[in-house]
Design a protein around this ligand. Structure first.
Ligand code: ADP
Ligand code: PAZ
Length: 262
């Protein structure tokens, strides 16, 4: 049984086979389709028995992938957020006012996070096209709730907005410093601080409402760039690059178990 896991975001498609979520492959699509031939050939070579995916973006690409799965008679499911995920190990409750409005990637990142770092409340930061900062409260051992979360532009989108909105600014990112003394350094520092400040503020608020310290766990395409800066404020930061795929793995494993008990 080879289960293919697919996380289709607004910038990149990440995928792995179930059991290898630690080594995901990434294809930056930017809503283009040039890479599809190679990608589909790689998937076909794996001879997958089924596909479990999350998509919040690029409908044309999701449609194309779905057609590819149908053409090759590979059963697929684009999984949605749930009201509650329950397994022998973990329960995760979705407290969004309308649970189905929550992005499938955020739900599965939260699910991935509670599997990756059990035993404490978590602030799950996903630094993708958007930066999402989600509060996952541990309500009892093994029991968690998606208590709420924030959505802001990711750092690349912020940069794009700045340069598109103010064309007189030179389109250059410098270095983050304590007292920036050039335009390029001022922009880099401003953008990084906007991201770090968002996360630190969310952490303060979550700790105040939860009444105890929370662990920050970061993932997403910009995590490697942002983590060293966030670590200055949050020294015990955890970085994982595959939280959505980990969450999809939990969904896929649960489905396998149900199938086996039929
Ligand atoms: N080589 C790269 N190409 C595109 N984006 C990159 C690259 N390296 C880092 N990034 C950052 O990663 C972000 C995309 O991260 P990702 O988690 O794949 O997002 P999404 O899930 O929204 O597709 C970009 O917005 C950018 O900030
Ligand atoms: C917030 C998002 C745009 C993030 O997308 P990403 O940056 O991971 O591509 C996505 O999770 C989404 O479209 N969410 C639906 C709205 C919500 O979660 O409330």
């Amino acid at each position: 049984m080879t289960v293919l896991l697919v996380d289709l975001g607004n910038t990149a498609l990440k995928w792995s086979v179930l059991g290898s979520e630690e080594e995901p492959k990434t294809v930056v699509h930017r809503a283009q389709s040039h890479f599809k031939k190679d990608l589909y050939a790689a998937w076909l070579a794996l001879n997958p028995t089924r596909v479990v995916g999350s998509t919040v973006a690029a409908p044309a690409l999701a449609f194309s992938a779905t057609k590819f799965f149908n053409d090759h008679r590979i059963p697929w499911e684009w999984v949605r957020p749930q009201k509650v995920f329950e397994s022998d190990e973990v329960v995760l409750e979705n407290r969004y006012a309308n649970p189905m409005q929550l992005g499938a990637d955020r739900w599965h990142a939260a699910l991935g996070a509670v599997h990756a770092a059990q035993g404490e409340s978590l602030l799950v930061v996903h630094t993708g096209t958007a930066t999402t900062v989600d509060s996952i409260e541990m309500t009892a051992p093994g029991r968690y709730a998606f208590a709420g979360g924030r959505i802001a532009p990711g750092i690349t989108l912020m940069q794009k907005g700045l340069f598109e909105g103010i064309p007189t600014l030179p389109d250059a990112m410098g270095e983050a410093t304590d007292l920036p003394k050039s335009t390029a350094d001022a922009v880099a520092t401003g953008l990084i601080d906007a991201q770090v400040g968002l996360i630190v503020r969310a952490k303060h608020v979550f700790e105040r409402t939860a009444g105890r310290p929370v662990r920050v766990i970061m993932a997403g395409g910009a995590a490697a760039y942002l983590a060293p800066h966030l670590r200055q404020e949050v020294p015990d930061l955890l970085v994982h690059h595959n939280l959505v795929l980990r969450g999809l793995a939990a969904r896929a494993a649960q489905k396998e178990e149900k199938e086996n008990h039929r």
